[in-house]
Design a protein around this ligand. Structure first.
Ligand code: ATP
Ligand code: MG
Length: 184
């Protein structure tokens, strides 16, 4: 928890430098899904799909990993074993959209407006551990990447978080051998 408080403080005081790296976005997301399946996510069915050409993007790898790890761990934590977590990556033009959808406990309407505030937890989480910091950090990471985040949720039905990030494809490509682009 101390690490999370320190990270939140760093994002708020502008002490996080955004470092853009060109990466294979689809591969990167697939690796995150695999990691979740290996560590505890085996209890859930994680269904990954992509729409559009999601090969290239230029993003900060650490921030993107932080965003997806947090949203995945929430999706798993707040839904029951055996249920599905759907992850869709859709890319168009210069934008990448990440949808993470669960069939879990949902967020009661009255709690929805405060969800991105630090230490705010919804009223239906009794017995499920957490500090209420994860989403506050996710929101700061999305802001640093000049993206947007929103969610839709119904109590007892499930929740979908959507993150929209610029892919920054207008920047000149790094010098790379052509075979580097043929990962799939
Ligand atoms: P942690 O800091 O360990 O992540 P947390 O999970 O309680 O703790 P956040 O990730 O910031 O904190 O989420 C804030 C609150 O939003 C949660 O306590 C929970 O009430 C609600 N929430 C977040 N994601 C979901 C989800 N997928 N389904 C249902 N409720 C959710
Ligand atoms: Mg959390």
């Amino acid at each position: 928890m101390l690490d999370e408080i320190l990270l939140l403080g760093r994002t708020e005081s502008g002490r996080v430098e955004v470092e853009y790296t060109r990466l294979e976005l689809k591969e990167f997301c697939y690796e995150i899904v695999e990691a979740f399946q290996l560590t505890g996510g085996r209890s859930h069915q994680i269904l990954f799909s992509t729409e559009g050409d999601c090969t290239q993007a230029e993003v900060d790898v650490g921030l993107l990993r932080h965003i997806l790890d947090n949203l995945f761990s929430n999706a798993i934590k707040y839904s029951s074993e055996g249920s599905a977590v759907r992850f869709t990556l859709s890319c168009q033009d210069n934008q990448a959209k990440f949808h993470i959808q669960d069939q879990g406990i949902g967020v009661p309407k009255k709690d929805q407006s405060k969800l991105f505030e630090a230490f705010h937890r919804a009223s239906n989480v009794s017995g499920i551990q957490g500090t209420g910091l994860g989403l506050a950090i996710v929101k700061r990471c999305v802001d640093l990447l000049q993206g947007q985040i929103h969610f839709e949720s119904r109590e007892g039905i499930g929740t979908t978080f959507t993150v929209i990030l610029p892919r920054n494809l207008m920047q000149p490509e790094h010098e790379q051998a052509p075979e580097d682009y043929c990962l799939q």
